[in-house]
Write a protein that binds this ligand. Structure first.
Ligand code: HEM
Length: 505
């Protein structure tokens, strides 16, 4: 770093400290902020709290400061909500006030400053994008159009695993093959495309760029520059890499998928009878002038981040829990054998008549919530929450993991026990009908992908349990369930090696 930059930074730091002290003195106690640790000028609580704002650390603060608390992370206000009542207030009662998303320097790069849908503020643009995306992605018609494709994809997984000798002996990282399946499930919907194998060069490129995008956006590394704007110059290198990844990725979506589809549409009549895939509908909206080509590409970007890994993590957690709970796995297999039939492959319509399978999926989403703090919300204007003043543009985190794992609200929440959803919690659904259980959020910004995610989870887990006995690798009692992440997403630290012993019918 050059000396001039250092000099400028120190000078700005000094001025900012003086300013912060003066402002805080001037403001006095006029507003009533939520409780929280005492902040220091400039850094706020950042030096005390650190960068790792995961669901468990935030739960510890909730125990100390209550259902609403405030962390001053440098210049940013972070409000954390940790009770069903306050979650209801944020997501439902004051859903408009708290319905925006925070932005930061890194997300601004990946979303073209909110030209997408997932990370844009609540308003006209979001409404239009959500409307345009609903028909091609988020209806039961889409499920009916693509369920045969999803059933085919999992049958290919079963076949590949059966043909892999290691699977039945030393074990394999099942996730790797399931990742290809999830890409195919979503790329069929988006572009009517699939990838033949894990070695497909285009699939590899896509996977690598999506992986980089997730890593860069979810990292704690850039928090300091986000919290303390005067330190932003030090992020230059990081932001340059983000820009490169973003450019390459958008170009890949355009060259290999969007332009291909536009070309096909210009030579073939794509009608409504099954030939039209999601992107054709989105291109129609572009042709009508409702959105531009950048918006189309950001929709592709959003589906790549929101749909594929979230569902894959949940499948991975579910399988790992079943490996570590053989009695639950056996009970599920018994349900499948008796209700669907031995050696009769489960299909999407079957999933609704299999209560134990549904309970296994729900329990996985409860204990191993893929997005434990939901996607951060934001209030555009000053707001009130339970008598506290919430300054405009605060980042609002709903600790959905804690809502679903708080022993005050759940019986032995640390246990993986699907039976709870057939017994004391039999009325609780994943769609947000109970504010203690919000794996997909609820309200305006809730996950529209739930309609696809639940059947995909059911078919995938169901078929694997129908076809294999899933076990830990030889010499290992259980698979390692250590968590990683938590600030944005919660995944398993080590992808489990799993023995999949084919059942003989
Ligand atoms: C198990 C799988 C999934 C889980 C656990 C999950 C969870 C979530 C959560 C917690 C949110 C944020 C809710 C909030 O901020 O209040 C969200 C948003 C979103 N999800 Fe999902 N999701 C999954 C699968 C999918 C799929 C398959 C798709 C698309 C096909 C999808 C598309 C979206 C979109 C577009 C949003 C943003 C909604 C908005 O901002 O208006 N998700 N998801």
């Amino acid at each position: 770093m050059d000396l001039l930059l250092l000099e400028k930074t120190l000078l700005s730091l000094f001025i900012a400290i003086i300013l912060a002290i003066t402002i805080s003195k001037l403001r006095g106690k006029k507003i009533k902020l939520p409780p929280g640790p005492i902040p220091v000028p400039i850094f706020g609580n950042w030096l005390q709290v650190g960068d790792d704002l995961n669901h468990r650390n935030l739960t510890d603060y909730a125990r100390k400061f209550g259902e609403i608390f405030l962390l001053r992370m440098g210049q940013r206000n972070l409000v954390v909500v940790s009770s069903p009542d306050q979650a209801k207030e944020v997501l439902h009662t004051q859903g408009v006030e708290f319905g925006s998303r925070t932005r930061n320097v890194v997300f601004d790069i990946f979303t073209g400053k909110g030209q997408d849908m997932v990370f844009t503020v609540y308003g006209e643009h979001w409404r239009k994008m959500r409307r345009i995306m609903t028909v091609p992605f988020f209806t039961n018609k889409v499920v009916q159009q693509y369920r045969h494709g999803w059933e085919f994809e999992i049958s290919q997984v079963v076949e590949d695993v059966r043909n892999n000798k290691d699977a039945a002996t030393v074990g394999i990282v099942l996730r790797k093959r399931l990742q290809l399946m999830m890409y195919n499930n979503m790329y069929r919907i988006m572009f009517d495309r699939r990838f033949e194998s894990e070695e497909d060069p285009l699939f590899l490129k896509l996977k690598a760029l999506n992986g980089e995008r997730s890593r860069l956006a979810q990292s704690f590394e850039y928090n300091y520059g986000d919290f303390i704007p005067i330190l932003r110059p030090f992020l230059r290198g990081y932001l340059k890499i983000c820009k490169e990844v973003k450019e390459k990725r958008i170009q890949l979506f355009k060259d290999y998928f969007l332009d291909e589809r536009k070309k096909l549409a210009s030579t073939t009549a794509l009608d409504n009878n099954g030939l039209k895939c999601a992107i054709d509908h989105i291109i129609d909206a572009e042709k009508k002038g409702e959105i531009n080509e950048d918006n189309v590409l950001y929709i592709v970007e959003n589906i790549n981040v929101a749909a594929i890994e979230t569902t894959l993590w949940s499948i991975e957690w579910g399988i790992a829990e079943l490996v570590n709970h053989p009695e639950i796995q056996q009970k599920l297999r018994h349900e499948l054998d008796t209700m669907v039939g031995v050696n009769v492959p489960i299909t999407e319509p079957d999933t609704y008549k299999l209560p134990y399978l549904q309970a296994v999926v729900k329990e996985t989403l409860r204990l191993r919530m893929a997005i434990p703090l939901l996607v951060p919300h934001m209030n555009l204007h000053d707001a009130k929450l339970n008598g506290f003043d919430i300054p405009a543009e605060s980042k609002i985190l709903v600790n959905a993991w804690w809502l679903a794992n708080n022993p005050e609200n759940w019986k032995n929440p640390e246990e993986f026990r699907p039976e709870r959803f057939l017994e004391e919690e039999s009325k609780v659904e994943a769609n947000g009908n109970d504010f203690r259980y919000l794996p997909f959020g609820v309200g305006r910004r809730s996950c529209p992908g739930i309609i696809l995610a639940l059947p995909i989870l059911g078919i995938t887990i169901g078929r694997l349990v129908q076809n294999f006995e899933l076990l830990p690798p030889p010499g290992q009692g259980k698979v390692d369930m250590t968590e990683k992440g938590g600030q944005f997403s919660l995944f398993i630290r080590n992808h489990s090696t799993i023995v999949a012993k084919p059942r003989v019918f």
